[in-house]
Design a protein around this ligand. Structure first.
Ligand code: KIV
Length: 317
C-alpha cells in the first residue's frame, strides 16, 4: 500500500499542516496563554497521522502499547527496540504535533548515564522530539536537560510501578501524599522537565500542582484543571476489550465498526461475493482478442459474456 494515498488528496488538513510545529517550549507558552493542550497516544503511522491531522498538540508513543497493541498484561515487557520501532512509524506520520517517546521500564532505572544513552537513541534513531519518564527522577531529568533532550515527567499513578503500588490505584489520596507529590512535581520542573503528566490522582491535587508549576501539566484521570489532557487512543475509540476506567470517555466504537466490517468480509468471501468482476484486473483489449482467437474451438475456461465491458488497466491501483 502506498502511504501517500492513505488519506484524502492534499495531505494533512489545514488544521495541522498550516499551523506552526509544536515544541516543548511552545507547550509552556500555551499554558501561559491559557490554551488547553490536547495530547493523545499513537503507536503507528495511521493513527499518528489521523491525530496530527486532527490537530492534536502532543503525540505520545506510550509504553501502553505493550498492552493495547502487543497484548501484554502490563507495560513492563516492552523493550527499547520495540518502542523505537513504533516511534519511527509515528515520526513518519507527524508534521505538526510534538512527538514524545515513552522510555520503557528498565531503560532508565540503572545509572543516569544509561538513561541518557537510551534517551539519545530515541532522538537519534527514531526522531523523537522529547522523551517521557515515570517517577521523581530529578537527577536524570537534569542530565537529560543538560544533554539537550526535552523531557516530560510522569507522576501519580505510574504504570511501570504497578507491582510496587500493588495494582493500578489512585495515588496521593492523603494531604501528606499530596504534599509529597507537589514537591516532586516542583523538583522535576526545576530540574528541567518541560511538562508533567499527572495520572490517577485526585482533582484537588492536580489543580494545586497545575497552579504552582511554570510548566504545563497534562492529566489522565486527574480532573479538568490540568493544562492539558491525554488519553490512550485505544480507550478513546473502544479497541481495548475491557471495561473503561472512570476517566475514559469513549468518542467512538471502532471495535464495533471493525468487527462488523471483518464479519461482512468473511461472509462475502464464503459466499464468493467478493471480489466481483469490477474488483478484478483484466487483460488489455489486444491480449483479450488474442486469447479469444486462441480459445476458438476449445471449451472456454471463463465466461466470455462477462468480458463485455472489460477495460485495460496498465497500473495497479
Ligand atoms: O503509556 C502511556 O500511554 C502513558 C499515558 C497513559 C500518559 O504513559
Amino acid at each position: 500500500m502506498n502511504p501517500a494515498k492513505f488519506s484524502s488528496p492534499g495531505g494533512p488538513s489545514p488544521s495541522s499542516a498550516s499551523l506552526p510545529k509544536v515544541t516543548m517550549p511552545a507547550l509552556s507558552e500555551m499554558k501561559r496563554q491559557g490554551k488547553p493542550i490536547c495530547a493523545l497516544t499513537a503507536y503507528d503511522y495511521a493513527t499518528a497521522r489521523l491525530a496530527d491531522e486532527a490537530g492534536v498538540d502532543f503525540i505520545l508513543v506510550g509504553d501502553s502499547l505493550a498492552m493495547v497493541v502487543l497484548g501484554h498484561e502490563n507495560t513492563l515487557a516492552v523493550t527499547v527496540d520495540e518502542m523505537l520501532h513504533h516511534t519511527r512509524a509515528v515520526r513518519r506520520a507527524v508534521r505538526r504535533a510534538l512527538v514524545v517517546a515513552d522510555m520503557p521500564f528498565g531503560s532508565y532505572h540503572g545509572t543516569v548515564a544509561e538513561g541518557v544513552a537510551n534517551a539519545v537513541r530515541f532522538m537519534k534513531e527514531a526522531g523523537a522530539e522529547a522523551v517521557k519518564i515515570e517517577g521523581p527522577r530529578v537527577e536524570l531529568v537534569r542530565a537529560l536537560a543538560d544533554a539537550e533532550i526535552p523531557v516530560a515527567g510522569h507522576l501519580g499513578l505510574t504504570p511501570q510501578s504497578v507491582h510496587r503500588m500493588g495494582g493500578y490505584r489512585v495515588q496521593a489520596r492523603s494531604v501528606e501524599a499530596m504534599r509529597r507529590l507537589e514537591a516532586d512535581a516542583q523538583a522535576l520542573a526545576e530540574a528541567g522537565a518541560g511538562a508533567i503528566v499527572l495520572e490517577g490522582i485526585p482533582r484537588e491535587a492536580a489543580a494545586r500542582i497545575t497552579a504552582a508549576l511554570p510548566v504545563p501539566t497534562i492529566g489522565i484521570g486527574a480532573g479538568p484543571d490540568c493544562d492539558g489532557q491525554i488519553l490512550v487512543f485505544h480507550d478513546l475509540v473502544n479497541l481495548t476489550f475491557a471495561p473503561a476506567a472512570k476517566f475514559v470517555r469513549r468518542y467512538a466504537d471502532a471495535g464495533a465498526v471493525f468487527r462488523s466490517a471483518i464479519e461482512r468480509y468473511r461472509e462475502d468471501v464464503e459466499h464468493r461475493a467478493f471480489p466481483s468482476d469490477a474488483e478484478s484486473y483484466h487483460l488489455p483489449g489486444e491480449a483479450r482478442a488474442a486469447l479469444a482467437s486462441d480459445l476458438d474451438g476449445e471449451d472456454a475456461p471463463v465466461n466470455r459474456d462477462a468480458w463485455e465491458g472489460w477495460s485495460s488497466e496498465p497500473t495497479v491501483q
